[in-house]
Design a protein around this ligand. Structure first.
Ligand code: ZN
Length: 294
């Protein structure tokens, strides 16, 4: 800063009246409130972690059999795995809700409505697969969001590791209504192909069903901390945006206050100059009249 700049700086500083200083104090105070709010929210989100509810959705049911091969109904297998998964999660004190507990028909929309009625929740839809090419076997998991992908990755790995069938990997399934209508992390697990004779026989056993349930449970347990972190990051990001917006608003307010101060100062100076100008005019008029007389 050169000397001219410095003197300009000093002049500007003189413009800061008590009103402007009050404004600065206000900015600092609101910053403190935001820092406190951020800390409070992060503590709340860490505390909320263990309270995450799991909505288990046994696919199909009632008049909707799902896949049907050699008298084996997919809807029944889905419910069997879902109830085993429920027991495992309840043993860990994790709150659980099943979209159906018996062989009843519920719409896809009703399943999503149940999931969306909770604040902190993940959604796991349990299915078995079938294909006209009866040689096809394996497990696959669908997702429709980044959070769902994280959950799907862990569940797929853990289930395949236990049931030891072909890994058909995770797949993006935005076309699945239960996935794209759920506002929470959501997955759809296809636990095996009942169209393949050998796999169907395995799928019907309580042992295979328990391995699927344990795999899904392990996948959920691994995902919970990472999902909480994602949620916390999102919340802090939103808080940052609010803080930035507030900062812009406060800067605008300070600028306006400064302008008002400058206007006031200018007005004051003009009022001071006015009488001098008037006096000068009177003097000049006097001189003119004297000259006129001479
Ligand atoms: Zn199905």
């Amino acid at each position: 800063m050169d000397s001219a700049g410095f003197s300009q700086f000093i002049r500007n500083r003189k413009c800061f009246s008590s009103e402007v200083l009050e404004g600065i104090k206000g900015v600092m105070l609101s910053k403190l409130v935001l820092i406190y709010l951020g800390f409070f929210l992060s503590v709340v989100s860490v505390m909320a972690g263990p309270e995450t509810r799991v909505v288990i959705d046994p696919g199909h049911g009632g008049r909707d059999d799902g896949a049907l091969w050699a008298g084996v109904r997919e809807a029944d297998l889905n419910l069997a795995v879902s109830k085993k998964l429920e027991a495992l999660l309840l043993a860990r004190n994790i709150p659980v809700t099943l979209t159906r507990r018996s062989d009843v028909f519920i719409t896809l929309e009703q399943r999503s409505v149940i999931a969306n009625s909770f604040e902190d929740v993940i959604f796991v839809s349990v299915h078995f697969n079938a294909h006209r090419m009866t040689s096809i076997v394996g497990v696959e998991t669908f997702y429709a969001s980044p959070e769902g992908k994280l959950l799907a990755t862990n569940i797929q790995r853990e289930v395949v590791e236990r049931v030891k069938t072909r890994n058909r990997y995770i797949k993006s399934g935005p076309g699945y209504a239960v996935l794209n209508q759920a506002k929470c992390p959501a997955v759809l697990v296809e636990c095996g192909f009942i169209s393949n004779t050998n796999e169907r026989k395995r799928c019907m056993t309580a042992e295979y069903q328990m391995l699927c349930a344990k795999g899904i449970e392990a996948g959920i347990m691994e995902s919970l901390p990472a999902l909480d972190k994602l949620e916390e990051d999102k919340r802090l990001e939103e808080l940052k945006k609010i803080e930035e917006l507030k900062k812009v608003e406060e800067m605008k307010k300070l600028e306006e206050m400064k302008k008002v101060e400058e206007m006031k100062k200018l007005e004051k100076e003009m009022h001071l100059e006015e009488p001098i100008e008037m006096e000068k005019k009177v003097e000049e008029e006097k001189l003119e009249s004297v000259e006129g007389l001479l």
